[in-house]
Write a protein that binds this ligand. Structure first.
Ligand code: ADP
Ligand code: MG
Length: 685
């Protein structure tokens, strides 16, 4: 249960003075629903006003508070604006310009009356001018803050109005006990929580306040993850030690890499324990994670348990199912697939097979862990390309069950350690740091879209020689419709050139079975070119495809480009990746694409991406609907993750945990940042 002292923060915004249903609706558009949301809606900048006796060149471009006396009104002819000529106390002429509502201008700025105005001072030829200055009465002018925070807004909401609401929210904010290690607070000279909030809302540049709040959030995150780990470790799972009878019969066309062997051993070691495994498997694209998953699942099946493999997309689920079926069917392992698409009879029969134990391995999308799906004996859950899944989903899996399954999470995003900590902080980590032998480096080239004709010619030569290729079309402003349209147009053009039967198309708006059919015929080599949106970003494996063309490459994140590029270079053939860029490219845009050309080191690319885009983006947590952090930015994560980790560890291991005085405060912090789940677990565990 949330501590009572936080209650005022978790009331709906309607509880604030002056917020009615209409305003509340507007606030909801900014995702501001409760008092606490307003508190954490931090200003993005600041307006600074200057009181000045008169206009002067030093004030150009600044927001200036001036005393003026209007001496002439000029109505605009046609669409020309209404103008007021006024004199400041030094006798300079300033023109005040109003584009609409001349009546208002006339009334508010009567001739020969002194008025206070506030607006941005600009030069217009030889004259001074202000566009739409505010007109203030003496009382308002005295109240007007010289520094005013500027908030992210939405239509129907003025900055001033929002600032007032934030102020009301601040008044409701209680004093909270200190949860940060005292020596740290004093070393950093951080203000206490409530003070920090007040500071940052009056001055967004208050660095210490901002840092403190970011730290709080990162600390809550670390503490929650450690608690999850603790609670999950306290549960007893089922030790699973396979006898090798199935793995021995497996026919692989190649032998394991040293890294695959090593991590498989680590996994076997974990699974043999009664404490459920919580392991993250990191390995760059193409490093062969699927095989490691396969071995782990066979280990479970040999020990008499079931295994489940969760994929983030339908396409990937089907691909995994096909691969596994090919390898496992001959050795008598029973494998099934379940996605949102299996319905009616098909679905019922899978459910029955799972409940009876007739199915050994289930592959699928989210559907496989829905509540209605009951396993007879689930011993291992593998989650592929985890970055699309959040902590809470992981939790549902591992912590709710009476005897939780072993959990293996696989990700191709080679994220830096600080991010691993914040996102997978409850897990042990294994790394595949070696590629399968015989891989040739992918040659990456950046070409301007002015040379699209040559690119298409090159594609023609490539497929004439029996090669296959991907052609990826960029996301168009988050709209699936227009992505799909762009991809359709591109497919049409390529079909005209190479023949309709040679070019396939997949995009997010197609029906599942249609997508499958296209993927299958591309995998079978019937199609030479696959035009796609980023639906193929993750996991797709067609080793014969050795040419990747990415259109509008500058619009993709680096990690995403790395993923896309990872679709080629999977076989022994030489692979090429063409990054086709638009004409208008910024300096950083150029540098980013140059980095892609220079390196295939996923780790370096991820770090660059982190610098450029922040942790939420790189990990795709937005897609999974789980906001990473609301206050902390990438730099804060970089700066504080380790510190918060050790602080939280200290609290739990040495300072008496949540039961101690500081622990009670830390509990408040967990609830403040809505890491409730962690606390709930602790209570139930
Ligand atoms: P990812 O780690 O990106 O999921 P995959 O598991 O899809 O990589 O493997 C990439 C490709 O490498 C696949 O075609 C797979 O068959 C092949 N592969 C995996 N392990 C080896 C190995 N030890 N030797 C040679 N090829 C391998
Ligand atoms: Mg994979």
């Amino acid at each position: 249960m949330r501590p009572d002292l936080l209650n005022p923060l978790f009331t709906e915004v309607e509880a604030l003075k002056g917020v009615g249903p209409q305003v509340a609706k507007t606030l909801h558009r900014l995702d501001l629903r409760r008092t606490v949301d307003l508190l954490f809606h931090l200003p993005s900048g600041v307006i600074e006003r200057i009181r000045a006796p008169a206009a002067s060149p030093a004030l150009l471009g600044r927001i200036v508070l001036l005393e003026v006396t209007p001496f002439q009104h000029r109505s605009g002819v046609g669409r020309a604006p209404f103008r007021v000529s006024a004199r400041d106390t030094d006798g300079n002429t300033i023109t005040l310009v109003y584009f609409n509502n001349p009546g208002w201008g006339k009334k508010s700025l009567p001739l020969d009356e002194r008025k206070l105005i506030a607006g941005k001072l600009e030069a217009w030829g030889e004259e001074w001018q202000m566009i739409h200055p505010e007109v203030l009465d003496a009382a308002r002018a005295a109240d007007l803050p010289l520094r005013e925070p500027v908030y992210p807004l939405t239509e129907g909401l003025t900055n001033r109005r929002l600032a007032e609401m934030v102020k009301a929210a601040l008044e409701r904010a209680p004093e909270l006990p200190e949860w940060i290690e005292p020596s740290l607070v004093s070393r950093e000279a951080w203000p206490e929580w409530r003070r920090a909030l007040a500071l940052i809302h009056s001055d967004p540049l208050a660095t210490d306040a901002r840092k403190r709040l970011a730290y709080d959030e990162i600390f809550a995150n670390q503490l929650a993850l450690l608690l999850l780990r603790q609670s999950s470790r306290r549960k007893r799972g089922v030790p699973l030690a396979g006898d090798g009878r199935l793995t021995d019969r497996l026919r692989l066309p190649y032998s394991l890499t040293g890294a695959q062997r090593r991590v498989s051993e680590e996994i076997r070691g974990d699974m043999a324990q009664a404490t459920p495994m919580l392991r993250l498997l990191q390995g760059d694209v193409g490093s062969g994670k699927t095989l490691v998953a396969l071995l782990a699942m066979l280990n479970a099946v040999e020990a008499g348990a079931q295994a489940a493999l969760l994929a983030p997309t339908e396409i990937l689920a089907r691909q995994h199912h096909a691969t596994l079926l090919r390898q496992l069917d001959p050795i008598g392992v029973r494998i099934a697939i379940l996605t949102g698409r299996e319905k009616g009879r098909a679905r019922d029969s899978v459910l029955m097979g799972l409940a009876s134990g007739e199915i050994d391995i289930l592959v699928g999308t989210h559907a496989i862990f829905q509540e209605k799906v009951a396993y007879r004996n689930l011993g291992l859950a593998v989650i592929d390309e985890q970055h699309r899944f959040g902590v809470s989903q992981r939790l549902l899996l591992s912590s709710k069950a009476e005897r939780p399954p072993h959990l293996l999470v696989m990700t191709a995003t080679p994220i830096p350690r600080t991010l691993t900590l914040t996102v997978y902080g409850e897990m042990d980590v294994s790394r595949i740091d070696e590629m399968p032998p015989g891989r040739q480096p992918i040659e990456t080239r950046v070409v301007s879209d002015e040379r699209l004709g040559e690119v298409i010619e090159g594609l023609g030569r490539h497929i004439a020689g029996g090669g296959q290729a991907y052609w990826v079309c960029p996301l168009v402003e988050e709209s699936e419709t227009s992505d799909a349209a762009a991809a359709e147009d591109r497919a049409t053009i390529l079909r005209l050139r190479f023949g309709a039967d040679k070019v396939g198309l997949v995009h997010g708006r197609m029906k599942g079975p249609d997508k499958d059919a296209v993927m299958a015929s591309f995998a079978a080599g019937e199609l030479a070119v696959l035009v796609a949106t980023t639906v193929i970003e993750v996991g797709v494996d067609v080793p014969n495809a050795t040419l990747m063309i990415v259109e509008g490459a500058e619009r993709f994140g680096l990690a995403q480009l790395h993923q896309l590029r990872g679709r080629v270079g999977r076989g022994e053939g030489k692979s090429v990746c063409l990054l086709v860029r638009g004409g208008q490219l910024s300096e950083t845009g150029r540098a980013r694409l140059a980095l892609m050309r220079e390196t295939s080191d996923g780790f370096r690319i991820a770090e660059e991406d982190l610098k450029l885009r922040g942790p939420g983006e790189i990990l795709g947590t937005r897609q999974s609907g789980e906001a990473a952090f609301r206050l902390a930015g990438p730099d804060d994560v970089q700066a504080f993750a380790e510190l918060a980790r050790s602080d939280a560890t200290l609290l739990l291991d040495r300072d008496g945990g949540l039961g101690s005085a500081r622990g009670q405060a830390a509990r408040v912090c967990l609830y403040l940042f809505e890491r409730d789940q962690a606390v709930d677990l602790l209570r139930s565990g």
